[in-house]
Design a protein around this ligand. Structure first.
Ligand code: SF4
Ligand code: F3S
Ligand code: FES
Length: 249
């Protein structure tokens, strides 16, 4: 069964824009991305939208739907009431290129700044066998599809451009936590780096990042809070402090 639905879609570029109204056909079982594609096919051929897999796995189609950060391809139309207007806007934290497409290079800059995995240099291929328990500990973080919805949602940068240089964001904190848990990573200062150079201290555990993660990664509880706790332990525990002084760790 098909119905006519009311959509408002933000159209514009880095110089400004506005919400444009559309009435568009919607069929049973469709997701918001299907409707955006129908708009492109029938009414707005130049409407810019980024997408790739249409399966919730490439992380390209992030946008805000009725103000909530979501993947366009994983948001079913039956989530909304029949008479509800559906407003689709680009993610707010990153600069608009055109329509629903934003420049997410902030995230890649932060990823490049992250010190890479550092295994022992003399380890030969096949020489070390990962224990299942070590695989499982970081498995959750490896589900990340890099949609950057968590980065977009975090209030530290959402309306505070000035914090971006000092704050790497929740996606980078789960990467730091993952590397910190890796038995072969020789850097023992991942938590301190997160605190000193990636802005872990800016996070006040609001958990908004966790709420919007389409992979349901427990970003705050399983990555951020344990790293914060261990930074505090290392800093204030007198035995740890003395050990670090003696062994210069
Ligand atoms: Fe997206 Fe979740 Fe990865 Fe953040 S942690 S980039 S919300 S999948
Ligand atoms: Fe931001 Fe998530 Fe912390 S939303 S403040 S990184 S808990
Ligand atoms: Fe790939 Fe939506 S198109 S996650």
């Amino acid at each position: 069964m098909s119905t006519q639905r009311h959509f408002r879609v933000w159209r514009g570029d880095d110089e400004g824009g506005e919400l444009t109204d559309f009435t568009v056909e919607v069929n049973e079982g469709e997701v918001v991305l299907d409707v955006i594609h129908r708009l492109q096919a029938t009414q707005a051929p130049d409407l810019a939208v980024r997408w790739n897999c249409k399966a919730g796995k490439c992380g390209s189609c992030s946008a805000e739907i009725n103000g909530r950060p979501r993947l366009l391809c994983m948001t079913r139309m039956n989530l909304f009431g029949d008479d509800e207007t559906i407003t689709v806007t680009p993610v707010r934290t990153f600069p608009v290129i055109r329509d629903l497409v934003t420049d997410v290079s902030y995230n890649y800059d932060k990823a490049r700044a992250m010190p890479a995995f550092a295994p022992p240099s003399d380890l030969e291929p096949g020489e070390y066998r990962m224990q299942q328990v070590d695989v499982e500990r970081s498995q959750e973080f490896r589900k990340c599809i890099e949609c950057f919805l968590c980065q977009n949602t975090c209030h530290v940068v959402r309306d505070h451009e000035e914090n971006k240089p000092d704050f790497s964001g929740p996606r980078m904190f789960i990467r730091a936590a993952e590397l910190d848990m890796h038995p072969l990573d020789e850097r023992d200062d991942r938590k301190e780096l997160a605190q000193a150079e990636q802005g872990l201290g800016y996070c006040n555990i609001t958990k908004c990042c966790t709420e919007v993660c389409p992979e349901h990664i427990k970003i705050t509880d399983n990555a951020i809070i344990p790293m914060k706790e261990r930074v505090v332990d290392r800093k204030y525990d007198p035995v740890t402090w003395l050990g670090r002084k003696i062994f210069r760790r």
